[in-house]
Write a protein that binds this ligand. Structure first.
Ligand SMILES: Cc1cc2nc3c(=O)[nH]c(=O)nc-3n(C[C@H](O)[C@H](O)[C@H](O)COP(=O)(O)OP(=O)(O)OC[C@H]3O[C@@H](n4cnc5c(N)ncnc54)[C@H](O)[C@@H]3O)c2cc1C
Length: 305
């Protein structure tokens, strides 16, 4: 990214919402569950797996958290009805973590139980570092309560992650490993790209050492190649790991990886609360800053007429 791009990206929250919505449309299936079902059907027909996310991390009321939990029940039913190859991803703040730990646990357990009834699986997304301890605690509590159809996410950008992999090792967790999208302070996070990459591979090695199931979630070509090299060196079968990407990102590369015989899962978010997710995706798109600047300028000029 150029310096100008970085500056524009920093001011994204000031960009008019319609511009953000238009620019981020490719990252989101649409506002409804039917939109998600259509996206997953398309992905499945191209040999890709999916994980459906109900957007809604900006909730502030208990009723909203319960409503998201209910939507997940609808998602499992829709996956079964349409015979889709998809699990779900949940954000604990969407299930009420900021309101009450117990409410969140109740909603999460409901999702995991419903998933089990449908022979399905729940991935707990990882949010910013203020939620890491409680997220891992909830994950551990559910596993110790006998729920095996639940997985977690660990972020290579956090300095603590290698210790977290070791601490979870005994549970042989199903781990999605990603760089981590949230901006965290240097005392707790690596801020340099190379350090994040190095920690990603250290953590992946540890995940493999403890015999956990790795879901390698990155579009970074160097990391994809290095991760696959490690996976192949260990002789893992095709169903003993997976690659993951986000909807709308590096789709041609995803096709190639599927053609090479890897299992690849695409993250498919849907819902009305698209704003926070969209901002994060735009902030990461190296080509998006210029597009946003042009779209915003055009809109401002139109309004000025
Ligand atoms: C399936 C999945 C689930 C995730 N879940 C979480 C989670 O639970 N918690 C969390 O903190 N983070 C999560 N992330 C986000 C992740 O942490 C990174 O922020 C994100 O994947 C970008 O990092 P990267 O590894 O792809 O590398 P980058 O260096 O950011 O990207 C590599 C290349 O991919 C392309 N690219 C990346 N992003 C975009 C984009 N938005 N638009 C267009 N091109 C792009 C560009 O060509 C870029 O050069 C998830 C990512 C994936 C793929």
């Amino acid at each position: 990214m150029t310096l100008l791009d970085r500056a524009i990206v920093r001011f994204l929250p000031a960009v008019p919402k319609p511009v953000v919505q238009r620019s981020s449309a490719r990252y989101i299936a649409g506002p409804t569950l039917d939109d998600a079902v259509e996206s997953v059907r398309r992905l499945n027909s191209g040999g890709k797996l999916a994980t459906i996310d109900v957007l809604g991390e900006e909730i502030s009321r208990v009723s909203e958290a319960r409503s998201i939990a209910k939507t997940y029940r609808d998602v499992f039913a829709a996956i079964e009805r349409a015979k889709l190859d998809s699990n779900v991803s949940v954000k604990l703040t969407g299930l009420g973590l900021d309101l009450s730990y117990d409410l969140c646990r109740e909603n999460l357990e409901d999702a995991v139980r419903t998933a089990a009834e449908h022979g399905n699986f729940v991935r707990i997304d990882m949010e910013d570092s203020s939620t890491t301890d409680e997220t891992l605690r909830l994950y551990r509590e559910l596993r110790l309560a006998g729920h095996d159809n639940v997985g977690v996410v660990l972020q290579a950008s956090l300095r603590r992650t290698l210790d977290d992999v070791r601490a979870l090792g005994g549970l042989r967790p199903n781990v999605r490993l990603c760089k981590g999208i949230y901006v965290e302070p240097p005392p707790i996070a690596f801020t340099d790209d190379e350090a994040v990459r190095a920690n990603f591979l250290r953590c992946l090695d540890e995940v493999l050492d403890v015999g956990a199931y790795p879901a390698v979630a990155t579009h970074d070509e160097w990391l994809i190649v290095e991760s696959l090299r490690r996976i192949s060196q260990r002789g893992l079968a095709v169903d003993e790991y997976e690659l993951q990407m986000l909807l709308g990102v590096r789709e041609e590369r995803a096709d190639e990886l599927v053609a090479e015989g890897h299992r690849l899962r695409v993250y498919v978010p849907f819902g009305e609360q698209w704003y926070a997710y969209s901002l994060r995706r735009l902030q990461e798109n190296p080509a998006m800053a210029g597009t946003i600047a042009r779209a915003t300028a055009a809109r401002v000029l139109r309004l000025g007429r």
